[in-house]
Design a protein around this ligand. Structure first.
Ligand code: FE2
Length: 363
């Protein structure tokens, strides 16, 4: 399968990976033939890229870091509890029911188990239709990224639960922000931005008194927008004044925001988002966490088309666990642009003089 821009998809192409709704059910199953009207709808939903079947990469299967079932359970837990809170008129005094806390716990166990079983670098987590419901998928993605980084950093299970639960619930305070501000398409005014910033405090107030949720998870909501140089919010904390979980989480939070299509900008590719994270290392983010995150995710997602310095064009077909910036590329075109007679692969972790110079824009 191959990852291509939705704008380059044509009717007749076959979908190689399912698309999901914001609650985790399948919107379009894999193996569906794309039609003109389906493609139009997919574009309307803000989905920039699709995995499609392709002869040269037919045998490539892209493993998801979490199973379809885990995804469904996690999204359902988030969706169900968040929407219940919105309907409550108790503002930040609203609490999750024990059933909701339990379902979060179960959902998180699923993520943890899947990540521990699946030792591969995390490929893109974006095939969810979330144009208007970004918060649900975002909460799940940040939990997956944070937990994977926590595992990479050697956290124990108790710590991973605190971190992961905090990550799933970090933006819960946004449910108290008026929708017209939260979903505003134009630039926010200064006052509106101040209102949005309050989601950190609202979230903390909700979670700190929440039975079954660790106070440290509540601090993830409180501190995830703090930056280590003290320029974040709400309290301008610096360095280790910010709890480790919030410092870990901040990396996955920003990465997910950058690699997701937003109303005001298109999604970045992982290697572009990593550049931004590296740029903020030591200022906004803890350098060792950015470094660790780069080892956790697939910087060049499987299925993406790349050009090498040799002039050859190929498709990324596998990654090297500890060197995800140097994946394995299956060459499909010669330097002169003609198709190769026989496909062959270059492992960039071994062919040290070869490197990626260009990533086909899939947006
Ligand atoms: Fe946030």
């Amino acid at each position: 399968m191959r990852l291509i821009a939705t704008t380059k998809c044509e009717p007749g192409m076959i979908l190689a990976k399912a698309l999901y709704t914001e609650t985790g059910s399948v919107l379009l199953a894999k193996d569906v033939e794309l039609t003109g009207s389906l493609l139009k709808r997919i574009k309307q939903l803000g989905i920039d890229t699709l995995y499609i079947r392709d002869k040269a990469t037919e045998d490539i299967i892209i493993g998801d870091p979490i199973s379809d079932e885990t995804r469904r359970v996690v999204l359902h837990a988030i969706y169900d509890s968040f929407t219940t809170l919105v309907r409550s008129d108790k503002k930040w005094k609203a609490r999750l029911s024990p059933t909701h806390v339990n379902s979060f716990r179960q959902a998180f166990e699923g993520i943890l188990q899947d990540l521990k079983t699946n030792k591969n670098a995390i490929n893109l987590l974006t095939n969810i239709c979330t144009y208007d419901h970004y918060i649900y998928a975002h909460s799940m993605n940040v939990a997956v990224y944070s937990t994977a980084l926590g595992i990479q950093q050697g956290l124990n299970d108790k710590e991973l639960v605190e971190l992961g639960m905090g990550a799933m619930l970090h933006d819960i305070g946004k449910m108290l922000i008026p929708s017209e501000i939260l979903h505003k398409e134009d630039r926010l005014t200064e006052e509106e931005y101040e209102v949005i910033k309050r989601h950190t405090e609202y979230g903390f107030e909700m979670l700190r008194a929440q039975e079954g949720i660790s106070l440290l998870s509540a601090h993830c909501a409180f501190q995830h927008h703090e930056k280590i140089d003290g320029t974040g919010y709400p309290r301008q904390l610096k360095g280790e004044e910010i709890h480790k979980y919030a410092r870990l989480m901040a990396v996955g939070d920003v990465f997910d925001a950058l690699t997701t299509h937003r109303v005001y900008r298109k999604a970045m590719l992982p290697h572009e988002a990593m550049e931004i994270l590296y740029g903020g290392a030591g200022k906004h983010f803890e350098s060792s966490f950015v470094e660790g995150f780069g080892k956790t995710i697939a910087i060049y997602p499987i299925g993406i088309t790349v050009t090498l310095n040799t002039g050859e064009t190929g498709v990324v077909v596998d990654y090297n666990r500890h060197l995800s910036s140097r994946p394995i590329v299956r060459i499909i075109k010669n330097p002169d642009g003609t198709d190769v007679e026989e496909l062959y692969e270059i492992d960039l972790s071994k062919a040290l003089t070869a490197f990626i110079v260009n990533c086909e824009s899939i947006i």
